[in-house]
Ligand binder design. Structure first.
Ligand code: ADP
Ligand code: MG
Length: 345
């Protein structure tokens, strides 16, 4: 006979670290959370510096509203947020964040430093955090308006995760993918991404256009073949705006930038149908580029999704997908003869 082992409650730090590891899976998704925080803070300029694919060091500097000195005490506690009060607010929420989990999670799996200055402060304040708690500071320091967040030694306390991650090169690729996509969607906001000590890999000035930034990030071969589209649908209450390549352009892999209510997401049903349209017009096994910003009635998509859940579903999905697909195909055919949209080389 085998004696059962005693059941014991896990240590608080172990629980928190497991939960945090689920929210923060790799450098690129920690960075995505931080970019969204900077956007929520109404920044117009966001600069990112990375060492070793973000595993060693990631820093994001914005010029947004900043964090009050008094809030440093709780900013990294789980479920502390300035964005949501009532559950019902979720129906109308316009910020990316609302659950107060990102910074807390990061502080459980990395060394976290926050420096911030609000307009009312005479100087910036700087503090370090560990396991959801303030460790040192906030100490006064010189600094610009806005917030600078530094994440070092990601997964230093999670060896298995650290080993499971791909190479620094691959992690950097994922980071650059996220930054490029946010830069295109948020064209009014300046973005910069560089490896520590090197020149910028991505640099989009404030007040650029979507097309400017598609050119900067994906190149002129794509940017000069774009067709703009605007779709509005009264019955299903959605709007879609974006750019797609015309039939002169094709490539091996479908690049699909999809934002639903300004969140970067995946939607396989929509992706498949769009790829399907092009299959009639492009050579075999080749695909288009598309940037699509879809705005749905917030009541029809559940924003209360877990931060790591990228694949979304929404109400009336089949009909909405079909209606977008039909409109895009019409547009694509129209662009065959006369180009709807032409960008200079
Ligand atoms: P959430 O975004 O869900 O509120 P986070 O853990 O991402 O949770 O952030 C916690 C809080 O910290 C935010 O609600 C916000 O008040 C503050 N914060 C985080 N990043 C920034 C930033 N870059 N600028 C200003 N405030 C920030
Ligand atoms: Mg957030």
């Amino acid at each position: 006979m085998v004696e059962p082992l005693r059941i014991k409650k896990l240590d608080e730090t172990v629980i928190n670290r497991i939960a945090a590891g689920e929210v923060i899976q790799r450098p690129a998704n920690a960075l995505k959370e931080m970019i969204e925080n900077s956007l929520d803070a109404k920044s117009t300029n966001i600069q990112i510096t990375v060492k070793n694919g973000g595993l060693k060091y990631m820093q994001i500097q914005d010029n947004g509203c900043g964090i009050r000195k008094d809030d440093f005490e709780i900013v990294c506690e789980r479920f502390t947020t300035s964005k949501l009060k009532e559950f019902e607010d979720l129906n109308s929420i316009s910020t990316y964040g609302f659950r107060g989990e990102a910074l807390a999670s990061i502080s459980h799996v990395a060394h976290l430093t926050i420096q911030s200055k609000t307009t009312n402060d005479k100087c910036a304040y700087r503090a370090t955090f560990e396991d959801g708690k303030l460790k040192e500071g906030p100490k006064p320091t010189a600094g610009n308006q806005g917030t600078q967040i530094t994440v070092e030694d990601l997964f230093y306390n999670m060896n298995v995760r650290k080993r499971a991650l791909k190479s620094a090169t691959e992690e950097y690729q994922k980071i650059s993918d996220v930054v490029g996509k946010y830069a295109i969607h948020n064209a009014k906001i300046g973005f910069g991404l560089k490896k520590f000590g090197e020149n910028n890999d991505i640099r989009t000035p404030p007040n650029s256009t979507h097309v400017d930034n598609i050119r900067t990030v994906y190149g002129n071969t794509i940017a000069r073949e774009l067709v703009e589209f605007n779709i509005e649908n009264e019955s299903f209450k959605f709007k879609a705006h974006g750019f797609m390549t015309n039939v002169n352009y094709s490539t091996k892999k479908f690049t699909f930038l999809l934002f639903i209510n300004h969140r970067l997401v995946e939607c396989q049903s929509l992706k498949k149908c769009i790829d399907q349209i092009y299959s009639t017009y492009l050579p075999k096994n080749s695909h288009p580029f598309m940037y699509l910003s879809l705005e749905l009635n917030p009541r029809n998509v559940d924003v209360n999704v877990h931060p790591t859940k990228h694949e979304v579903h929404f109400l009336h999905e089949d009909q909405i997908v079909e209606s977008i697909t039909t409109a895009l195909e019409t547009k694509l055919l129209g662009s065959n003869n006369s180009r709807m949209f032409y960008t200079q080389a």
